[in-house]
Design a protein around this ligand. Structure first.
Ligand code: ADP
Length: 398
C-alpha cells in the first residue's frame, strides 16, 4: 500500500523535509532550507533524481516553505496533486495535553501556541511551519507528532521533581522527556533485531546527537529519561550543559550578574562540548584531542563519564536490560565514545567488542561479544519515517 507523507521538521533558522512513502518505506524526496533570515540562506532539494543546491534569499520561514513548494513544481511534482495522505509535523513539546499524535485543527494550533512558554526556543518554529503548511496545503490532514509523547508513560516517581507541589502543578513543572520519536523508532527496531516482542524488551536507548538523552524503556514504554521540563537536563551535549547543580545558576546571577537571558544563552548555546573544548562537533573534539589538546581530552572524558553514570542508573531502574542501544550522529558513528562510555562495566554484564565496534556500516549491528549478558547495539534512527508512520496510522484509523 502506498501512503505518501510530507514530513516537516522546522528549527529556528531551518526547515528540513522528507517526502516518504510510509507504506513501502521509501524516501521519495528530501531537502533543507537553512540560514533562514540570514543574508546568505542555502537550499538543497533532492527530488527524484534531481538535485538543486544553491544560495537563496529566504527572509523568513514563509519564503523557505515557498521555495520548497516551488522546488517540487520545478521537478514536475505538484505537492497539491501528489495525493498526500498527510503532512507530518515534528513539534518538540506537547506538555500534559498531547500524549499522542493529533490531527491539527485551529484548537490544536492554539493549544500548541499556548505551550510556547514551556519550550520558547523549540515550539515557535514548529508552529510557524504548521501554520504556513496548513495554508499552502489546505486539503491534506496535518498531523502533529510530539517529541515528548513517547514519555507520557513515565511513572510519577520518575517524572516528579521534588519541588513545592502546588507551585509545580500550577506551572506544569515536571519531567517530560524529549527525543521520543527517535526512541520509539529505535526501540521497536532493536526489539525486532533481538527477536523479542517489544512488550518484553528492556532497553537503554542512548540518543547521542547534537542534543543527547538516555531513556530506560521497559516493555516498549519509557520509564525514565534524562531530559526534563526542557531539553537541558541530563547528558553533556553539543552546546548544552546537561545536569548541573541548580545552585550554579543562582550563584552566577548573584556573583556574575547573569540575567535570565544570559543564563538561557549560557546553558543552551555556550556550554556542553562547545563550552568545554571550544567545538560542539565530536569529530573536531577528537581531532583536537589527538593533537594533544588537554581541554578536548577532558571534555570527552566528561561526556563519557556522564553516559556511564546514566547507564548504571538505568540498569538499576530496569533491574535487567536486554540491550543498550546507541543512535543519532555520535551514537551511530563514534566508536571511541561507544567503547569509552561503557568501559569497566563487565561485572554488570556490559562489554563492547572492539572489532565489532570498529566495523563501519550504516546498518544496525551488535557491538558486544556473543556471550555478554547485555547486548550492545547500534541502531540508526529515522525520526522522519517514524513521524510518517505515526501520521499515516492516525489518518488511516480516522
Ligand atoms: P541533531 O541532533 O542535530 O539531529 P545528529 O543526530 O545528526 O544531530 O548529530 C550531529 C552530531 O553528530 C554532530 O554535531 C557530531 O558531533 C556528531 N557526528 C556526526 N558524524 C560523526 C562521526 N562520524 N563521528 C563522530 N561524531 C559524529
Amino acid at each position: 500500500m502506498t501512503a505518501t507523507v510530507l514530513v516537516l521538521n522546522c528549527g529556528s533558522s531551518s526547515i528540513k523535509y522528507q517526502l516518504i512513502d510510509a507504506g513501502e518505506t521509501t524516501l521519495l524526496a528530501k531537502g533543507i532550507a537553512e540560514r533562514i533570515g540570514e543574508p546568505s540562506s542555502r537550499v538543497k532539494h533532492e527530488i527524484g533524481d534531481q538535485v538543486d543546491e544553491r544560495d537563496a534569499d529566504l527572509a523568513d520561514h514563509a519564503a523557505a516553505l515557498d521555495d520548497i513548494v516551488t522546488a517540487f513544481q520545478a521537478a514536475g511534482e505538484r505537492l497539491t496533486e501528489r495525493g498526500l495522505v498527510a503532512v507530518g509535523h515534528r513539534i518538540v513539546h506537547g506538555g500534559d495535553r498531547f500524549t499522542e499524535p493529533v490531527t491539527v485543527d485551529d484548537d490544536v494550533e492554539r493549544a500548541i501556541a499556548e505551550l510556547a512558554p514551556l519550550a520558547p526556543l523549540h515550539n515557535p518554529p514548529g508552529l510557524t511551519a504548521l501554520r504556513l503548511a496548513r495554508q499552502a496545503l489546505p486539503d491534506v490532514p496535518h498531523v502533529a507528532v510530539f517529541d515528548t509523547a513517547f514519555h507520557h508513560t513515565l511513572p510519577p516517581a520518575a517524572s516528579t521533581y521534588a519541588l513545592d507541589r502546588e507551585l509545580a502543578a500550577r506551572y506544569h513543572v515536571r519531567r517530560y522527556g524529549f527525543h521520543g520519536t527517535s526512541v520509539s523508532y529505535v526501540s521497536r527496531e532493536a526489539a525486532r533485531l533481538l527477536e523479542l516482542d517489544p512488550e518484553d524488551a528492556n532497553l537503554i536507548v542512548l540518543h547521542l546527537g547534537n542534543g543527547a538523552s538516555v531513556t530506560a524503556v521497559r516493555g516498549g514504554r519509557s520509564v525514565d529519561t534524562s531530559m526534563g521540563l526542557t531539553p537541558l537536563e541530563g547528558l553533556v551535549m553539543g552546546t548544552r550543559a546537561g545536569d548541573i547543580d541548580p545552585g550554579v545558576l543562582t550563584y552566577l546571577h548573584r556573583e556574575a550578574g547573569f540575567s535570565v537571558a544570559d543564563l538561557d544563552e549560557l546553558l543552551n548555546r555556550r556550554s556542553g562540548m562547545l563550552g568545554l573544548a571550544g567545538a560542539n562537533d565530536m569529530r573536531e573534539v577528537h581531532r583536537r584531542a589527538r593533537e594533544g589538546d588537554e581541554t578536548a581530552r577532558l571534555a570527552r572524558e566528561v561526556y563519557c563519564h556522564r553516559i556511564r553514570h546514566y547507564v548504571g542508573a538505568y540498569l538499576a531502574v530496569l533491574g535487567h536490560a536486554h540491550a543498550i542501544v546507541f543512535t543519532a550522529g555520535v551514537g551511530e558513528n563514534d566508536t571511541w565514545v561507544r567503547s569509552h562510555s561503557l568501559a569497566g562495566m563487565r561485572r554488570l554484564g556490559v562489554e563492547v567488542d572492539h572489532v565489532r565496534n570498529s566495523f563501519a556500516t550504516s546498518r544496525s549491528h551488535v557491538i558486544s561479544p556473543d556471550e555478554a549478558d547485555v547486548t550492545v547495539m547500534v541502531v540508526p534512527t529515522n525520526e522522519e519515517l517514524e513521524i510518517a508512520r505515526q501520521a499515516t496510522a492516525l489518518v488511516c484509523a480516522g
